[in-house]
Write a protein that binds this ligand. Structure first.
Ligand code: SF4
Length: 678
């Protein structure tokens, strides 16, 4: 048996393990005891991350729609069709009538190639990926406050914080190996855990304070905590004076948010607000950990800015075991952002609005660079529904389950003149495509993923791909050549060499160095730079840290007599994202074979429903029938639904209203009603 070391393809923790290979098949997973994050441990998804690789449903040949059906075709036929149709649309309707969705599941190299394809070959900045749906507000908010939209500190440092404030993150379920560090800090080092979350979650029993707030009121409780910190003299005045700007304006606004007023908005008792403020501000090293409970709101950017305010007011940035630490959902969502699969930046967050940056990429790629900002994920769907977007090239994304308001998504995708989907399975989105291109899974290719703490790590080829599947970068390059653009790489490492040249924060990150060091955390500007475990040490990336005065705004949709419940959506331990991989893993699918909705026993009683009974959930977007999971872990008049299940698709129900800055939809709050089904 051969053992090939690689990086987990599920969450952003970035665990490492060996794929065990026998007779050309991956037969299991063995943990890597010396890896700095996983340290010999894995969660249930990691232990079973080999199961989908040889699933009989893997795509093995290109498919072309003929007579309404998808039928097998040769690579030449399929790629010529993709190139000719995209070329035709570009000539007839212009470059901006085409969009490209890149992928947080694909490697850094593939994301780089895809964003280059959009800009240099198609000539548009219409390139985005599912970070828009999870952490776009993190990128926007932290860039505004600190100058860098990424986790400020490393996973390792969590273990040594005095206080860890977790909000909007069900860490034990979503990032289990990061949760291990939080629990180690609490149990072995006496750290105090503050949890702010509407539901009782597994972390609750380890928290010294668990404040259950009304969903969508994060800005209010954070302003309330800062009000107490200022009024009780707990702010770090030296840090505020020497390292930040904008404090006075923020202070003026925060003075209105007394704990009593905040209690009215959030339902968190005023004394609990005081307790959070005192516990957090008195720590010598306090770390904020958050995830999509903070970001997936129409006020997502405001929420992130508020977290940044809280860290800066107490001087908890730029030091070990402190900072603002967004836990990124997908294995390579950090990398897809870093490599410029976004409509306003190239790799390394170099702005498309900057003429010098455009000139640099124009010269490197031999093509005129577009200057207009591109469309985001949801905007592309809207433009398709309006008939303005005519062609869409999707690599490894599944908007037919991941995007809000799925009926509208379907309408948009069906209106396109041409849809090409490149993936490892025939996803719900691929079923609608004109051409489907079979790609390699993580076990069949080499490349890099960047985890949530900015650590760039290797993925190594362990087995051959099934049938005729090819690496994503190779397929995209082939389409580019057929469209008349000379894009040629010999390997993923070849692409990394180009990334090194064009991306200052990745300049020192080579395959050899990451092989020797268990990865390197960017910024890594030179070949002898050791990488950067924590950011903003003596100076913020933007110079001074910027406070923002953030007033509380309610969610886009509030409850009323017709829709009296707040519906929130999210993930669970055993499944991942749209279930494309985990629902094709026997072990994981056996653990949780179907979707459900959590509801409080009093609400279940009121509608005459018991645990495991069928219920119909309805919002202004649609209805879904699923199974009630009755639990007092969820407050009255709140519902929670995981979004992994196509037969009970939570995103049939969610609100596509967007954060005005980050354009992230409000997945975490919408108004709903629920009834029993006979
Ligand atoms: Fe994979 Fe995340 Fe589980 Fe680690 S914690 S094994 S990266 S899913």
């Amino acid at each position: 048996m051969e053992k090939v070391i690689t990086t987990c393809p599920y969450c952003g923790s970035g665990c490492s393990y060996f794929l065990c290979v026998e007779d050309g098949k991956v037969i299991g997973v063995a943990p890597n005891r010396v890896h700095p994050i996983s340290k010999g441990r894995l969660c249930v998804k990691g232990w079973n991350a080999h199961e989908f690789v040889h699933h009989p449903g893997r795509l093995t040949k290109p498919l072309i729609r003929k007579g309404g059906n998808l039928v097998e075709a040769s690579w030449d036929e399929a790629l010529d069709m993709v190139a000719n149709r995209l070329k035709g649309i570009k000539e007839k309707s212009g470059s901006d009538s085409i969009g490209v969705l890149s992928s947080a599941k694909c490697t850094n190299e593939e994301n780089f190639v895809m964003m280059k394809f959009a800009r240099a070959v198609i000539g548009t900045n219409n390139v985005d990926h599912c970070a828009r749906l999870c952490h776009a507000s993190t990128v926007a908010g932290l860039a505004r406050a600190f100058g860098s939209g990424a986790m400020t500190n490393s996973i390792d440092e969590l273990e040594h914080a005095d206080v860890i404030l977790v909000t909007g993150s069900n860490t034990i379920e979503q990032h289990p190996l990061i949760a291990v560090r939080i629990l180690k800090a609490v149990r072995d080092h006496g750290a105090k855990l503050i949890l702010v979350d509407p539901r009782s979650i597994q972390l609750s029993k380890f928290a010294v304070i668990h404040a259950k707030h009304k969903p969508g009121t994060d800005v209010a409780w954070i302003n309330g905590v800062m009000n107490v910190i200022i009024n009780e003299g707990l702010a770090d005045e030296e840090f505020i004076k020497t390292r930040t700007e904008g404090f006075e304006e923020m202070k003026k606004l925060v003075m209105d948010y007394t704990p009593e007023k905040v209690e009215e908005i959030t339902t968190i008792p005023a004394d609990t607000i005081r307790e959070i403020a005192r516990t957090y501000a008195r720590a010598s090293a306090a770390s904020i950990v958050y995830s999509m409970g903070i970001t997936q709101h129409t006020t997502g950017t405001d929420n992130v800015l508020s977290c940044a305010n809280l860290a800066m007011i107490t001087g908890n940035v730029g030091k070990p075991s402190t900072g603002v630490n967004p836990l990124r959902g997908q294995n390579n969502v950090q990398g897809a952002c870093d490599l410029g699969a976004l409509p306003v930046v190239y790799s390394g967050y170099q702005s498309v609005a900057d003429e010098n940056v455009r000139k640099k990429f124009s010269e490197a790629w031999g093509a005129e660079m577009p200057s207009a900002p591109g469309l985001t994920v949801v905007e592309m769907v809207n433009a398709a529904a309006d008939g303005k977007l005519k062609g869409l090239y999707i690599m490894g994304e599944n908007p037919m389950l991941s995007d809000p308001d799925l009926s509208h998504v379907k309408e948009g995708l069906e209106k396109l003149e041409f849809l090409v989907v490149q993936d490892i399975f025939l996803t719900e989105t691929a079923e609608l495509a004109d051409v489907v291109l079979p790609a390699e899974s993580y076990a069949e290719k080499t490349g890099t993923f960047t985890n949530t703490e900015r650590r760039v790590q290797l993925v190594n080829k362990a087995v051959e791909a099934p049938g005729e599947a090819r690496p994503d970068w190779d397929i995209v390059s082939d389409v580019a050549r057929r469209m008349g653009y000379d894009m040629k790489y010999n390997s993923a490492e070849d692409i990394m060499t180009e990334i090194n040249k064009l991306t200052p924060s990745y300049t020192g990150i080579t395959y050899q160095r990451i092989r020797e060091n268990w990865g390197l955390a960017w910024p890594c500007p030179t070949l002898d730079h050791p990488g950067t475990p924590y950011l903003h040490k003596d100076k913020f990336t933007r110079g001074l840290g910027s406070f923002h005065a953030v007033p509380f705004k309610p969610p886009a949709e509030e409850t009323d007599d017709e829709y009296p419940f707040i519906l929130s959506t999210g993930r669970m331990l055993e499944h991942f994202h749209t279930g494309t991989m985990t629902r094709r893993s026997d072990t994981l699918d056996r653990e949780v074979p179907k979707g459900f909705i959590e509801m409080n026993p009093k609400d279940a009683d009121a509608i005459g429903v018991r645990n495991n009974w069928p219920v119909r959930v309805t919002t202004r977007r649609g209805s879904v029938v699923t199974t009630a999971r009755v639990t007092d872990g969820i407050p009255e008049k709140m519902l929670f639904m995981p979004f992994h299940f196509r037969e009970a698709a939570a995103n049939m129900l969610t609100n596509p209203a967007l954060d005005p800055i980050a354009k992230i939809p409000e997945f975490k709050v919408c108004a709903a009603t629920v009834e029993g089904v006979q």
